[in-house]
Design a protein around this ligand. Structure first.
Ligand SMILES: NC(=O)c1ccc[n+]([C@@H]2O[C@H](COP(=O)([O-])OP(=O)(O)OC[C@H]3O[C@@H](n4cnc5c(N)ncnc54)[C@H](O)[C@@H]3O)[C@@H](O)[C@H]2O)c1
Length: 249
């Protein structure tokens, strides 16, 4: 067992990823953040360091397969291994199928789904160096519902997020028993992605959520930390919906 507990969070600069980084830092993990946004990532790094944790940051596009391998090599050189990978980076892309150019579809799949392939393939060898680890990937309620009926379709995003659920089940079998692979499916969460919806329709949405409010990044981070850090000993290949039970939208 290595002394240092290492967690990688993609898209860790802000929003849900930042929340996950904080929750894992509270549980004694040192963090590796991967994001496109250097200034936001520097802010989050400073917050984690103020909590007494170490943090490595990498400015990168998660869709870039070769870059994921480079980052894994750098983490291995610095800290030797990895215990937890949170595939959080993602971007929603409202666009109807008839208006969606091929490259936009490819890019949405690359950011939201291929990124999971990139980082799992790069970091599993570092998990195996310490006998195994935990992977949690960020799917979405959209994978189940297809999205909000009254908003512009996010069919490409929903496709990618549903793909994560299939990948999670398949890899739970392939990578077990030493690596547990799970996913979470947030509903409406107040972040940059969620904000257009929460700002314009927050009060209206809250009425349609059983728990009477939209979610916060910490609501998702707590569940990710449970799956990643509390080491539930018999849960893999599953997803947990975190939506306050959102039945009408
Ligand atoms: N907020 C919601 O309502 C909601 C609901 C369901 C699922 N999600 C998912 O949760 C995850 C986090 O979203 P959020 O709401 O915190 O959004 P956010 O935009 O606040 O944060 C996303 C982070 O990912 C980073 N990122 C985006 N594309 C990237 C790329 N190509 N390479 C590297 N980094 C990249 C962004 O820079 C940002 O820091 C996403 O996968 C999103 O799809 C969010």
């Amino acid at each position: 067992m290595a002394d240092r507990k290492v967690a990688v969070v993609t898209g860790g600069a802000r929003g849900i990823g930042r929340g996950c980084a904080h929750a894992l830092a509270e549980r004694g993990f040192d963090l590796v953040l991967v994001d496109l946004l250097a200034p936001e990532m520097a802010r989050t790094k400073a917050e984690l360091e103020a909590m007494g944790r170490a943090c490595l940051t990498f400015e990168a596009d998660v869709a870039d397969h070769a870059r994921a391998k480079e980052i894994a090599a750098a983490v291995e050189a610095e800290w030797g291994h990895c215990d937890v990978l949170v595939n959080n980076a993602g971007k929603s892309n409202p666009r109807t199928i008839m208006e969606c150019p091929e490259e936009e579809f490819d890019r949405t799949i690359a950011i939201n789904l291929k990124s999971c392939f990139n980082y799992i393939q790069a970091f599993v060898p570092l998990m195996r160096k310490v006998g195994g680890g935990r992977i949690v990937s960020m799917s979405s309620l959209n994978a189940h519902t297809g999205g909000v009926t009254s908003a512009v379709s996010k069919f490409a995003y929903a496709s990618a997020k549903a793909g994560i659920l299939g990948m999670t089940r398949a890899l739970a079998k392939e990578l077990g028993p030493d690596i547990a692979v799970n996913a979470v499916c947030p509903g409406v969460i107040e972040t940059e992605i969620g904000n257009t919806l929460t700002r314009s329709r927050g009060a209206e949405l809250a009425k349609k959520i059983a728990l009477g409010r939209v979610g916060k990044p910490q609501d998702v981070a707590r569940v990710v930390a449970f799956l990643a850090a509390e080491q539930p000993s018999f849960i893999t290949g599953q997803h947990i919906v975190i939506d306050g039970f959102q039945w009408e939208i």
